[in-house]
Design a protein around this ligand. Sequence first.
Ligand code: F6R
Length: 614
Amino acid sequence: MCGIIGYVGHRDALPILLDGLRRLEYRGYDSAGVAVLEDGQIVVRKAAGKLARLAELTQRAPVHGQVGIGHTRWATHGVPTDENAHPHTDCTGDIVVIHNGIIENFLPLRERLQDHGHHFRSDTDTEVIAHLIEEAYARLPETPERMETAVRQAIAQTTGAYAIVVLAREHPDRIVAVRQISPLIVGRGRGETLLASDVPALLPHTREVMIIEDGEMAILTPERVTITDLSGTPRHRPVQHITWDAEMAEKGGYPHFMLKEIHEQPRALSDTIMGRLDVEGRVELEGVQAPAEFVTALDKVWMTACGTAYHAALVGRWLIEHLARIPAEVDLASEFRYRDPLVAGTTWAIAISQSGETADTLAAAREARRRGSRLLAITNVVGSTLAREADDLLYIRAGPEIAVASSKAYLTMLAAQIMLAIDLGQRRGTAAPELLTDLIHGLRALPGKVQAALALEESVAALARRYRDVEHLFFIGRGLDYPVAMEGSLKLKEISYVHSEALAAGELKHGTLALVTPGVPVFALVTQGHVYEKTVSNIQEVKARGAEVVAVAYEDDRSISRHVDQVIRIPRVHDLLAPVVAIVPLQLFAYHVARERGHDIDQPRNLAKSVTVE
Ligand code: F6R
């Protein structure tokens, strides 16, 4: 999520760090900072806001030295402020750390460190790493390997996903970095070594790179890169030559941000779930503070959102009603204010928004609060307006989403709501414990299932070639398949400009069936066991009118192929979790149709990423 750059060599580090951060700006960030070793001291400069603020700061108060690290932060813990910007130092200021990812167990670590007298300056999970290294350093004898050993001992106490980069005053010739899930790439130059979270930051200096793998440490000096596993055993790593141009590098080698973000979904889902399911199988949603009496006395959950977030809310409503047995309603945010809604003190209002800045969603959320409801925000952007105004907060941790068409934010909104519904089911005692256990296991397995669904890309692209010139098509489904049909249809419309409509399958015969003529493609979602036969009847209705039916069904569904022309087979999951997996081929379908038609996929016509006007 965050951007990382590091330099050790013979040139002045600061301009290299700032240039590297500029080349990572496209990823989105909310604060930035650098640390440079200057005359044997670590000097940190950091600021909330855009890089221009950091550049201004370093112009007013320059730092010079040949070793340094830099970071652009996308907040996950703690709002974007100067204090929460990276780098973070230990108590002495002799150790400095930047980090991309999430330290799952940072709260107990922080409490223990504070009990031992460590002083914290930020709200971040990252700062615990600096203090853990400080503690480990103090225990170790002065040897040339002291820094690497201290970092290893520190990170052995953490769980989570991270790329961590460390500078220490005692070892001014090196940078030490560790990777667990979050990307880290080392670049070799002449008498200098660089490191970054993404290739674009390295391209002006070198195209010779080494990829650090999960569970590895890299020790960088001007002349040498040593890669080891976490017990210190050396690992051999071949040097790779990067042929990407700058634009390709920004997109991680994908032709569009949307495709990159679709492929990032397994990791984004892991981040959403991380640290929120404890070993006993309970859900711990850190920002959701609604007291037990409120949760028990709730008589309604009222949800609001726009576009893709609205489709996510429709899934959430279903889950909350099913698991927590509370009546739940969903309103389009743009409609809610104008209908004199019945929300009050015993209603929990939930507003869902990737950006947290959508004008209609904010207005609806404010209206619900004005009428006395407690407000829960489910959002991606830490410190966004919605997040600031809410009583309860559930961050989806999708990371920056750059393509206008939402993909990973949708999946992570679903995962966040599944956890919320499980939590409510547990707290209200309304769901069978075996069901909740199944769902928690299923939730943990979801990143892998989504990864498997991504393998469908080639066959979905073939389908896109087949249907690239159709005038309109339909998506149908029942139960939880219906909001997925709506989201699949929206994706197709917004980037491919093909007209499509989503229908609750049972509604077809009440009018729209008149539009189904020979050759019209109909995508039918059939993941919901309890309405399977009913959906099959609706498939037969459209088949009888000559439609070409493509089913999205589980891989082990043996009977569906008898009723349809083609089947997209997705991995089997619990039916309540199916929307997370079933949307993936539809995202890919929309993407490939748009690509076939030669559209500007990341910036579709007439649309903006954040809709801040009513
Ligand atoms: C569609 C899409 C939009 C947004 C909508 C709400 O792909 O991205 O429909 O979902 O504009 O935006 P947020 O979630 O930022 O409130």
